[in-house]
Design a protein around this ligand. Structure first.
Ligand code: FAD
Length: 805
């Protein structure tokens, strides 16, 4: 066994072997994998082996797409059979909303070039002849889905990695991890120590225990999952061809052919976790006790759909543990607070995703960043607020809702409320309907009295909140409104080195004292890592505000570049500071009633910051907002929040003040104003996102500068544009395909209905030559191509007269 290696991968399941293989492919061959038992002896050995292209997100679709390609090619490369079968798969819809979901997925998948179709009940039956079609609205058909042998595939990856020089040590448990004074890792194993630069935690069911060795908590808990193999069925045995696999998400179950029979896996609502946070080290490749009672109702429904199973006995039933995370997405990438320690854990579709995550994690390790946006999987989306109890509640929800509709705006309830602001109950009393972001309760909309404060979602504009959100937007446009957005990440950066430090991190200019501005931090490849507003409080004191989910990412990015001389101090004030924003043409009149400060353009111009009092409460008032109206963000110590809110409400009575939520702010008004969100800028440079004005090439040293200069020279592959869509009863909202005649030319990043201008809008990336205003394109919304035109952004108040009023 080696005593030194560049990378040690812990865990020889499909994930560990995949990252080992892909690291070797990228030329890092001084790498080893340590496995405590036989390869695949965690969750991998028992998996049903389904590999599907269907995914709710573009990121996951790309992972799945790559896995399928890889699993088909591996045998030729390694000589090891992966048991790959291309069968295609059908996903049934028994409700109108479910079929709308497929219409949306179709538009997303068209942008990715996947071969998929919507099919009628009759066509579904032709594809899967053993099915009753009663109650079926239709189905979605992905042509290239299939299944593999998880053990064979894992071994193929292991063989491929070995052929390129990687080494694998089986039956050797990692017992601990420590750091050398030279900042290397020491991986302590039963058979000796290995010193290395990078550790990958691919420990599957034990990944949280491995993380605990380095003092961090990974929110992962195994859930029990059954699958059943039926006795051989003559009709299936007689089939001279592959059989398409089947999923009914409204029951829910999956089903595929296994030799002469069918293999079925249900997702029961009364689900059960297994050894939360304490999976025994000696567990290996063993069935868990089965519990037929828990899943029998699902089997009965399955028999109605696939009657040939009625006469087939059960050959065997198996129960195995699958890891789940609070939002059911895996934890892939660097772990905050632990240098060169990567998580590759918490996946519940690990066979489907392993190829893709192995490839992109290897890029992350070797190149410093992956080539696609992996933020939805980044472990740093969870913070220190993610406790074991929270995780337990959320993983049960995640398993139970595995096949839940991926409908826009959807919120989940378990583990809430977690972080609440002092005015939470006051908001509730006013009809607030909350959502949750990064553990914070945030108001999405306010139900007027007499309206039930609960969401009824839809893929179309017929939600129960559409008209109430409209009223909130119109109040902001015509009168005055207030919204609360304390969930922002917030930092104060100070010290003699603060200016130089931030100047290096951002690509634009730092604001002058008392001024605020929008800024971008880039990766070395020039990709936007985070966007934020920076306010300069004093010569060497700055206040940074980031999107809620960016808190840990920005913090880690800053800490990574912190000078070692103590000249810069980062103070994370996220949970200490709150934000209330008053917007609208009457916002100045309202605030003037409750402050002695002069809010005139002369004394408090647009994009300036003043320390004022609202009533008796001290407030940092920043004249900017995310909706493009005259308005002030009032940043305050949370202890003053009730008093400030009460003052605003009281003074607001005279002006007809309206409370407003995030659906008005983020899904409607910010689009009209052309402000970007994370989805619009991920994977983009400032040039591609149209944010050129926030780059300052006069600075000779900022992260990403060289890459931007190169792109300036070479040109870019796409550009973000604003589209005005002649939409029907539904708007684009994410990832829809953009067409020019019959050619795919781009994809939507975010979209929605602009209530103030009564237009359907979307941001999207298109080829640069199609980015000029006036270009006619089509956006595929719910399976219909709608006419769209590229327009100049912002669509609302393009001269910014309102915000500067
Ligand atoms: C019944 C069932 C059906 C499933 N069906 C499907 C399916 O059809 N499609 C799909 O995509 N997914 C499916 N899954 C999920 C899939 O099996 C998992 O997501 C995947 O196998 C996880 O792989 P992994 O490599 O991350 O973890 P694991 O397979 O758990 O591997 C982790 C490895 O780490 C090793 N290890 C842990 N700690 C240490 C240590 N300290 N030192 C050394 N080694 C260590 C373990 O021994 C283990 O081999 C199913 C799961 C179950 C249980």
């Amino acid at each position: 066994m080696k005593t030194h290696a560049r990378v040690v991968v812990i865990g020889g399941g499909i994930n560990g072997c995949s990252v080992l293989y892909h690291l070797a492919k990228l030329g890092w061959t001084d790498i080893v994998l340590v496995e405590k038992n036989e390869l695949t002896s965690g969750s991998t050995w028992i998996a049903a082996g389904n590999v599907v292209q269907w995914a709710a997100t573009r990121t996951n679709s790309r992972l799945h797409q790559y896995s399928i390609k890889l699993y088909q090619e591996l045998e030729a490369e390694t000589g090891q059979n992966t048991g790959w079968h291309t069968t295609g798969s059908l996903r049934l819809a028994t409700t109108k909303d479910r079929f709308d979901e497929y219409r949306h997925i179709l538009a997303k998948d068209h942008a990715l070039g996947l071969e998929c179709y919507l099919v009628s009940p009759d066509e579904s039956k032709k594809l899967f002849p053993f099915m009753h079609t009663a109650g079926l609205v239709g189905a979605m058909y992905h042509v290239h889905d299939g299944h593999c042998d998880p053990v064979g595939t894992t071994n193929a990856l292991a063989i491929g990695a070995r052929q390129m020089g990687a080494e694998i040590y089986r039956f050797n448990r990692v017992t601990n991890l420590s750091r050398t004074p030279g900042e290397e890792w020491v991986v302590h194993t039963e058979k000796g120590d290995i010193t290395c630069e990078v550790v990958v935690n691919a420990g599957g069911l034990w990944a949280d225990r491995i993380a605990a060795m380095v003092g961090v908590y990974l929110p992962i808990i195994p859930m029990e999952h059954h699958h059943i193999l039926f006795e051989d069925i003559p009709e299936i045995e007689a089939l001279g061809r592959e059989l398409i696999s089947l999923r009914d998400p409204d029951v829910p179950f999956y089903l595929r052919r296994e030799l002469g029979s069918l293999l079925v896996g249900p997702y029961e609502a009364k689900c059960k976790s297994w050894n939360a946070h304490n999976v025994p080290w000696d567990y290996a490749a063993a069935d868990l006790p089965t519990d037929l009672e828990r899943i029998q109702d699902y089997i009965i429904k399955l028999l109605d759909r696939v009657p040939i199973l009625r006469d087939a006995g059960m050959k065997h039933i198996q129960n195995g543990p699958i890891t789940y995370t609070p939002d059911s997405q895996q934890l892939l990438g660097p772990v905050y607070g632990v240098p060169n320690f990567y998580s590759m854990a918490g996946c519940n579709f690990g066979i489907t995703q392993a190829g893709g995550v192995g490839k992109y994690l290897a890029e992350w390790i070797v190149d410093g960043e992956p080539s696609i946006d992996l933020s939805s999987l980044d472990p740093r989306r969870f913070g220190n607020w993610t406790s074991k109890q929270y995780t337990l509640a959320k993983v049960h929800e995640a398993y139970r809702l595995q096949y839940q509709l991926t409908i826009p705006d959807n919120e989940r309830d378990a583990g809430r409320p977690l972080k609440t602001v002092p005015i939470y109950e006051m908001q509730k009393a006013r009809g607030a309907v909350f959502g949750s972001r990064y553990g914070w309760e945030r108001v999405n909309w306010f139900a007027p009295s007499g309206v039930e404060p609960a969401d009824r979602y839809s893929f179309r504009r017929d939600t129960n909140y559409f008209k109430h959100v409209k009223k909130e937007c119109l109040a902001a446009r015509d009168n005055v409104a207030v919204y609360e957005l304390s969930a922002f990440g917030k930092f104060e950066i100070h010290g003699t080195g603060a200016t130089r430090f931030l100047d290096h991190l951002i690509c634009g200019r730092l604001p002058g004292i008392g001024r605020s501005g929008y800024s971008l931090m880039l990766t070395p490849k020039g990709i936007i890592a985070e966007d934020m507003t920076i306010t300069r409080l004093a010569e060497d004191r700055f206040y940074i505000v980031t999107p809620a989910a960016g808190e840990v990412l920005v913090l880690q990015h800053m800490e990574l570049h912190l000078p070692g001389d103590g000249s810069v101090i980062i103070d994370n004030v996220t949970t200490r500071m709150g934000v209330l924003t008053v917007i609208g043409p009457k916002s100045r009149d309202l605030l003037t009633k409750i402050t002695e400060a002069d809010l005139s353009n002369e004394q408090h111009p647009y994009l300036s910051c003043r320390n004022i009092h609202i009533g008796v409460s001290p407030v940092r008032a920043i004249r900017m907002n995310f909706v493009g109206e005259l308005g002030w963000e009032l940043h305050h110590d949370l202890v003053y929040q009730r008093a400030i809110y009460q003052d605003i409400l009281k003074a607001g009575q005279e002006f007809g003040l309206v409370n407003c939520g995030m659906r008005a702010v983020l899904n409607s008004m910010r689009l009209e104003k052309g402000f970007l969100m994370a989805a619009d800028i991920s994977e983009a440079t400032p040039f591609q996102a149209g944010l050129d004005v926030f780059i300052n090439f006069k600075k000779d040293n900022f992260i990403g500068r060289d890459a931007l200069l190169k792109q300036k020279e070479q040109g870019m592959k796409n550009r973000l544009v604003m589209l005005e869509i002649n939409a029907g009863d539904a708007d684009a909202y994410s990832d829809e395909c953009i067409w020019l005649k019959n050619e795919v030319v781009g994809r939507v990043t975010s979209g929605g209905w602009g209530h103030r201008i009564e237009k359907s809008l979307a941001f999207g990336f298109v080829r640069p030559e199609l980015a000029s205003p006036g270009t006619m394109l089509e956006v595929e919304i719910l399976a219909e191509r709608q006419q769209a035109v590229v327009v100049k952004s912002p669509c609302y108040d393009p001269e910014n007269k309102k915000a500067r009023a």
